[in-house]
Structures are given as C-alpha cells and as structure tokens.
Design a protein around this ligand. Structure first.
Ligand code: EPU
Length: 348
C-alpha cells in the first residue's frame, strides 16, 4: 500500500476547493485499510476517510494527517427470486450501482439516480432524494472498527438512520470505515413516484412509468437543478445542497409562517416527526436576499438552485465559508431559523 505526501484534495471533490492532505493513501482492500490505520497510529496522525468527494468542503490549509481514499470495488448479486441483495464495495460509483439495479428490474433506489459520490458515503449521511432514502433499502453495512481493527456487520437498526444522519456521522463519528454496503431491493417492484417534481413529470402519462423511465426523469430533473455532475455545467461545481432543510417544532413553524404571511409569502413545508415541520432551506436562502445566481465573486449561488453554493472557478474554501456565514446570518436575522450546513467540513 502506497502512502503519498502532500496530495491536493480539491481535485478529488466536486466543489474543488481546499488544500492538500499531509499523507494520502488509496485503499483497495480491508487489509489496506488496517495497514493505513496502523500507519496513522504509529505517527499519531488524525485520519479522514474520503469517498466520492461530493459532499465535502476542504479547508484551505488542507488535512494535517492521513486521508484514506476508499477505492474498494466489486458488486455482488444474490437473488432469491423476490429480493435482490446487492453487495457493493464502498468505492463503487453510486450512480453506476443504481443503473445496475434498474437494469436488473429491481426497485428501491431508482429515485436516487444521478447522485454524485460513492457507495460508502450513502449510509453515512443516509442519502435521500425524490422520496427515497437509502435507509429504506440498506440491509447491512460492513465496516472496519477503527478502535479494534475488527470487521463488523451492522444491521439497518444498528446504523440509527434519520434525515441525513446515521451513527456514522453522529454519535459514532470517526469510529468506522465503511467497506461494503448490502442493499435489499424488490425484484419487479414498482417505481416510487411520491415527490411532487416526479408526479408532475409523469402527469398525463398513459401507462405507469417503468423503473428506467423514473431513473431518466430523476436525472433530467436533477440536471435542471444543476445537481447532476457534468463538465459542461458550471452550476454543478458544488457540494449539492449546502444546508439541511430545517426541521422546526410547531411553535417555531408558527412563528415562521407568521413572519412569511406578514410579507404575503408562503414557505414550502412538509410534515415531519409527527409534530414537526420540515421547511425548505432553498426558500429561506432565496427570501433572505440570496437569489439564484447571487454573487459576483468566485463563490456564488447556483443559477439553478438557491441551496447550492458554487465555486465559479478558483474560489478558496474561505470564500465559500464566508458566503455560507453571510447566508446563515441573514436567514437567522430575517426568519429566526438557524441553517445547518449539509456537507462535511474537513480540516476547519
Ligand atoms: N425552492 C426554492 N428555491 C430554489 C429551489 C427550491 O425556493 O432555488 C423551494 C421550492 O419551493 C421547492 C422546495 O424549495 O418546492 C424544495 O426544492 P427541491 O425539490 O429542489 O428540494 P430541496 O428540499 O431543496 C432536497 C434535498 C436534495 C434532493 C432534493 C430532491 C436536502 C438538504 N436537499 O432539496 O438533496 O436532491 O430534495 O429530493 O434535503 C443534497 O442533499 O445534497 C441534495 C441535493
């Protein structure tokens, strides 16, 4: 296993900002992972585990330790007629896995088409879009325990999934390196068309859409929002949504609604957690003076979606963070809502 020094991290992320890793190692097997951890321990280096780099902001000073880039490949299929179990290496490209599932006529992840990043990142932040979350189909996660260097299989319950969260990015952050993920998909299942954008897309269709048609529709909708990676689209040089959609208590929601109706506005919201309301962060950003296309400098807001902060070319992490803070401050001032960043901030 090769350990490199001073490796630039910006090119390994979709946002494209930030400095180098002091040490860098690409791992292809669980044994490589163990060796890399032993190297870090022997030098008392902090470790950061990098997947597809699609949800990260790396600090300008980089990472003062070892970055482990997970490149474990392989997709295995296990079919019992009704369910297809797909066991995928954490380094596999996520969208390739979705394409594979759809080709096999299996439902459960079709709405998650076109999401950038790797398989290993999906359980960490419980990736979700267009009415599906990976927590609905993840059967287990095979991970290396950082403390004991043992490989463990964690069940869906063990993973403690909730909106954009799991034990891997909350109470057990830094404890595990995801090596493989097992998804249980329904053979011949119908696609899920729950999200408004998707329902609108298929309005008037004579027959129910196939899994492949849903995959194509999701990719098209994502492309329209600058959320599909394409070298031709400068609006996709981002880390996806920069803020989580806030989940508000009944009282907080009432206050927000009052503030909005005083201005003759209505905020998009969805019921959440029985008594709570999830509100649109994109709406809050846009209605706090940060319209689509905002910003004259190197860091700005996507022309296609108010929730994506984009690197217009040559931006520093500091410029991205400055814009993030301005947005948070204004949203708090006007709406009394705290926006929480959605990407992982590395080395700050
Ligand atoms: N909206 C605006 N301005 C905009 C865009 C949207 O006001 O520029 C309002 C619209 O009223 C719209 C509502 O916000 O009805 C929701 O917008 P959208 O459907 O684009 O979804 P989102 O809530 O902004 C979430 C996820 C996305 C995911 C989409 C689709 C979060 C933080 N983001 O975005 O995930 O693709 O739903 O399911 O939950 C990501 O996590 O990086 C990500 C891209």
């Amino acid at each position: 296993m090769l350990i490199q020094q001073n490796v630039p991290l910006a090119p390994l992320t979709t946002l494209g900002v930030g400095g180098p890793a002091q040490f860098f190692s690409e791992i292809h097997t669980p044994e490589d992972a163990i060796e890399a951890i032993r190297f870090a321990r022997s030098r008392k280096l902090p470790v950061f585990v990098l997947g597809g780099g699609s949800n990260l902001v790396v600090a300008d000073k980089g990472w003062p330790g070892l970055v482990i880039k997970v490149a474990i490949s392989g997709i295995q299929m296990n079919d019992d007629g009704e369910q297809l179990r797909l066991e995928a290496g954490a380094g596999e490209d996520w969208d390739k896995l979705v394409a594979h599932a759809v080709e096999q006529d299996c439902s459960g992840i079709e709405c998650l088409s076109g999401i950038p990043g790797s398989v290993g990142g999906t359980p960490v932040q419980n990736v979700g879009a267009y009415g599906q979350e990976v927590s609905e189909t993840i059967q287990s996660v095979i991970a290396l325990d950082f403390n004991t260097l043992e490989i463990r299989e964690l069940s869906r319950e063990d993973c403690g999934f909730s909106y954009r969260a799991s034990i891997f990015n909350t109470k057990k952050r830094g404890r595990y390196i995801v090596l493989k993920v097992v998804y249980a998909l329904a053979r011949g299942g119908a696609p899920k068309i729950a999200y408004a954008d998707l329902q609108k897309y298929f309005t008037g269709a004579a027959t129910p859409p196939t899994l492949l048609q849903v995959r194509k529709a999701v990719r098209k909708i994502r492309a329209g929002k600058g959320m599909l990676i394409s070298s031709a689209d400068p609006d996709c040089r981002s880390a996806g949504s920069f803020f989580k959609n806030p989940v508000l208590s009944a009282e907080q929601f009432e206050e927000l609604t009052r503030r909005a109706s005083a201005l003759n506005l209505k905020i998009p919201s969805y019921p959440a957690l029985e008594t709570h309301h999830k509100v649109s962060a994109a709406w809050l950003v846009e209605n706090s003076g940060f319209q689509k296309g905002f910003g004259a400098g190197r860091a700005g807001i996507s022309h296609k979606h108010a929730l994506a902060i984009v690197n217009r070319g040559g931006a520093s992490a500091a410029e991205i963070i400055e814009l993030k803070e301005n947005i948070q401050q204004k949203v708090k001032e006007i709406w009394n809502v705290s926006l929480e960043p959605e990407p992982v901030l590395v080395g700050f």
